[in-house]
Ligand binder design. Structure first.
Ligand code: ADP
Length: 447
């Protein structure tokens, strides 16, 4: 059993993990950069260690500093949260080498899914449909052009090591292929240290649908249904829903069991998310994330299952406490990502929160690390809070969401609250009528 966890993260996810640890009676160690000395996750932890200056490379991504902090504080496990080191197989390997538990899957599985080409090949061989595209990476422009011509335009050029909605370029025709291809390769090399790219058919009107998976060390793997994350800006999710209105209960059950079996066959252990694009009533696999997702709370509120708690228990060697037949879905949930960004321009906004009022009432959950007077530093991801609303059905959920958004006060910095209010009042959103390009189409000037 794990007794003390070091949380190798910051912000709302560090607070979320802390809460799960406290509920389990586990001691907590926060790490922080000098910019985060007064941050909420530091205040709530039992102990804290400063791991370096503000720049992530020197603090939250500094592997020797993070592992040393775990060793000197006597932690027996490290929870990576999401982002930062969460999908770094070298890190997870080193954690285990130091006799600590990495709260996540095995390093081999992180590496396998971190390479999107290998991930697609793996799940294709396990019987899932994948988005049509090149068979592996294409490092020669002439070959790439030939494949694109055969596939038909528009074509998407994607980085094998990409993530976070970055490292993708669309070629709408043969004429702009060369430039898109070269730019994608160059940017992939700079951003991910791996300039391998592959091609995919650019789907015209898909929805983004993803399934939550949990698996233990004993070969038990279950799914917790899906989330619809189609409302995105620049390929990054801003609004997520569970369940999706486009899947029937029968489809969900059959498909969910099928992918849980596939994950079980891989010997995968921990939580994970399989992401798909949904078009013409088909789900096409695009990638698997081997960590807790930002949007996990909407699955938690509709299933009543604390996913982070399960994740920690499984890493400590426990069996899954739930079977597939125990998983029941109740009502509808929506999550709005409250980023510190301007709602019109999406420019990041740093500064001091001068007035903070958090919404409450029936069905409202807020996961954040904000407090009155806290600083939002410019060095990190702009996600500062998540508003999660749960109700008996989608209509009631939207009504409670509008109420909660109007109550939410975060002064001193720009946030996406005004954009979410617009979305929550948009007739197409209300009708559930959207795909991944919706936000770009409707708020064109903004994206
Ligand atoms: P990342 O790992 O960077 O998040 P993903 O492969 O998960 O990259 O894709 C992110 C988003 O980009 C998807 O949710 C979708 O909106 C868009 N996208 C990805 N692949 C395609 C595709 N083949 N056609 C159209 N849109 C796509």
């Amino acid at each position: 059993m794990i007794k003390k966890v070091l949380i190798a993260n910051r912000g709302e996810i560090a607070v979320r993990v802390l809460r799960a640890c406290k509920d389990l009676g586990i001691q907590t160690v926060a790490i922080h950069s000098t910019a985060d000395a007064d941050a909420m996750h530091v205040r709530l932890a039992d102990e804290s260690v400063c791991v370096g200056p503000p720049q992530p490379r020197e603090s939250y991504l500094n592997i020797p500093a993070v592992i040393s902090a775990a060793c000197i504080s006597g932690a027996d496990a490290i929870h990576p949260g999401f982002g930062f080191l969460s999908e770094n197989s070298t890190f997870s390997h080193m954690v285990e080498e130091h006799g600590l538990i990495f709260i996540g899957p095995k390093a081999d599985h992180i590496a396998m899914m971190g390479d999107k080409i290998t991930a697609k090949k793996t799940f294709s061989s396990l019987g899932l449909q994948i988005v049509p595209g090149s068979d592996g990476s294409v490092s020669n422009i002439n070959k790439a052009l030939k494949i694109a011509d055969e596939m038909g335009y528009p074509v998407l050029i994607k980085a094998a090591g990409g993530g976070g909605g970055r490292g993708m370029k669309v070629a709408n025709s043969r004429l702009d292929f060369a430039e898109a291809y070269e730019t994608a390769r160059r940017e992939a090399g700079i951003s991910f240290g791996n300039d391998q790219v592959y091609l995919e058919k650019y789907l015209a009107n898909p929805r983004h649908i993803e399934f939550q998976i949990i698996a233990d060390k004993f070969g038990n793997a279950i799914h917790l249904g899906e989330r619809d994350c189609s409302l995105q800006k620049r390929n990054q999710k801003v609004w997520e829903e569970a369940l999706s209105s486009v899947l029937t209960p029968q489809f969900r059950d059959d498909f969910g069991r099928k992918i849980a079996r596939a994950v079980g066959e891989l010997g995968y252990c921990g939580v994970g998310t399989l992401e798909f694009l949904y078009e013409n009533e088909r789900l096409y696999f695009i990638e698997m994330n081997t960590r807790i997702q930002v949007e996990h709370p909407i699955t938690e509120v509709i299933t009543g299952i604390d996913i982070v708690r399960e994740q920690i228990l499984i890493a400590g060697g426990r069996r899954l406490s739930i079977s597939q037949d125990d998983v029941k879905f109740r009502g509808h949930a929506i999550e709005c990502r409250i980023n510190a960004e301007n709602s019109e321009t999406f420019m990041p906004s740093a500064g001091t929160v001068t007035n903070y009022h958090c919404p409450g009432g029936p069905g409202v959950r807020v996961d954040s690390a904000l407090y009155d007077g806290c600083k939002v530093p410019p060095y990190y991801d702009s996600l500062i809070a998540k508003l999660i609303v749960h109700a008996n059905d989608r209509e009631q959920c939207l009504a409670s969401l509008r109420r909660a958004l109007r109550e939410y006060v975060i002064d001193g910095i720009d946030t996406l609250i005004p954009l979410h209010l617009k979305l929550a009042n948009n007739p197409d959103v209300i009708a559930g009528n959207f795909d991944i390009h919706f936000l770009e189409r409707v708020y064109k000037g903004n994206t």
